[in-house]
Design a protein around this ligand. Sequence first.
Ligand SMILES: NC(=O)c1ccc[n+]([C@@H]2O[C@H](COP(=O)([O-])OP(=O)(O)OC[C@H]3O[C@@H](n4cnc5c(N)ncnc54)[C@H](OP(=O)(O)O)[C@@H]3O)[C@@H](O)[C@H]2O)c1
Length: 276
Amino acid sequence: MENSCHEVKLWSFSCFYAKFREQIFFTWVVISVALHENGTMMNVLITGTNSGLGFGLTKYYITNGHTVYGISRKRNEELRKYDNFRFLYQDISKFSEIETNLVSFLNGLEVLDLVILNAGILNEVKDLKDTSLDEIQHVMDVNVWSNKIVIDTLFRHIKKIHQVVAISSGAAVSGARGWNAYSLSKATLNMLINLYAKEHTETHFSALAPGLIKSQMQDYIYGLPDNEQYPVVKRLKEQRESGHMAEPEVAAQLNASAIKQALKYKSGSFLDSRKM
Ligand SMILES: NC(=O)c1ccc[n+]([C@@H]2O[C@H](COP(=O)([O-])OP(=O)(O)OC[C@H]3O[C@@H](n4cnc5c(N)ncnc54)[C@H](OP(=O)(O)O)[C@@H]3O)[C@@H](O)[C@H]2O)c1
């Protein structure tokens, strides 16, 4: 086809189409090289891409041309159409599977520019005295220990990791009644990140409170009856009703900007995306 276009100068739709494709490919190569040279095209790994903030962040990075490696138990169908989105079905609380599955998923990748440890669960809002050790253990497994396994695996197999951000919460420090295991898990997550910052000094670590996001987690809180014992439930419901709770895609923009800003703070810090 190329020869007939050049040598015979036969002008046809197929020649035009071949030239057009050649031009598009050339433009794509030029843009890719330019983006790589500016360090703006990134490999990003995000846990919990199925819904909420993780979904919003995934969409933000893929629509800005970055490659996202997403992990959750269910796949969000809207993300299927993007060629620069790779997906691993993985329950991150199944520790024994993580290393093997993650390594085969990343398939020899040498550099991760950004790792966002976002997957998390909120258990039932109730007093700590009514929360069993089994329940606490499960929340700690998903919100904390899975992140230890993911971090250790990545540092064993990936040559260069530029930045790790763990999505934390104001609950890590607020001590709000009713937030039992969730608060304990986020406080521990902050210290986990602080400690890793001292061990992996070539990588920037931070724990980031992302602000309020209209997500499945907040849907659960919104469905709870008002209860004087747990005033934060009422406050969150009011904030949702007054429009102070961002849609995931809006929250993702704020947090993506905070993630860039985080690099200016000391590695290991606990930050709040609303105050940066
Ligand atoms: N929403 C807020 O206002 C708010 C405030 C402060 C902090 N946060 C934090 O923000 C992060 C995202 O929460 P969100 O509000 O966006 O909640 P969400 O909509 O419930 O999203 C949680 C994500 O985590 C994934 N996930 C949960 N358990 C998992 C497991 N065992 N293995 C793999 N993936 C799992 C879920 O996907 P699958 O179900 O498919 O696995 C989902 O993608 C959490 O760390 C949360 O603590 C949220």
